[in-house]
Write a protein that binds this ligand. Sequence first.
Ligand code: SAH
Length: 257
Amino acid sequence: MGEATPSIHEFDFELICDYFANMERQGPGSPEATIKALSFVDHLTSASRIADVGCGTGGQTMVMAQQTPGQVVGVDLFPRFIERFNVNARQLNLQDRVTGIVGSMERLPFEEEGLDLIWSEGAIYNIGFERGLNEWRTFLKSGGYIAVSEATWFTAERPEEIDRFWREAYAEIDTIPNKVERLQKAGYIPIAAFVLPESCWTEHFYVPQVSAEKRFLEKHAGQQAAEALVANQRHEAQLYHRYKQFYGYAFYIGKKI
Ligand code: SAH
């Protein structure tokens, strides 16, 4: 390896958007995992208010919304993802109760104690797990739920190469017991934690990227930054295949005390 690959965060926003905008998901996950996480959330009604933070183009939002009553607002920083989100909602005839808005997870546009559920798949790392749990809690009603998926170590120890990769990419990656403890310390009852199956990374994330990469490289032919971004994604996929017994994503569901 030797040469450090840049983290995805170092690429131009436009380029990242272009890479991901046509994909159903922008992070690991699956409809089955979304539905499973939702099964731990009780008491949702048509009056419930739900936010999906870092919703991307809304693949998981639409699955969630189709399985539950209530008003759902998706929030994402990138206007292009939100445009796509709202097209998706209309296509599924969900536009009356599912809306995407441009906004930041660092300044969520909700009332204090206004939400029954905060959802966030593969996105809380942008603000950090602990900070997100603490700050977003303000917007939840007491008894409201949070459900987030997050990068997780499966073992107490792991090979140096993958340890270093994650320390640089996202130092808050941690083991399940430590993440659950964080959840508890932030003022939630830990309701459930489960590991996302491998297919959430392969079939639902890395496999669709292969054809997306081809289109992306054709469109940005000769552009070094675009080639570097693809190389970066491929490197991540290779690391995943090599070290998947040591890390992955887990879903954490908590209930505000
Ligand atoms: N939840 C989606 C997308 C995950 S990728 C899925 O599971 O497919 C992470 C998402 O977080 C991206 O869409 C990115 O645009 C968004 N994001 C990054 N920083 C953000 C911020 N500060 N506020 C809101 N969204 C942000």
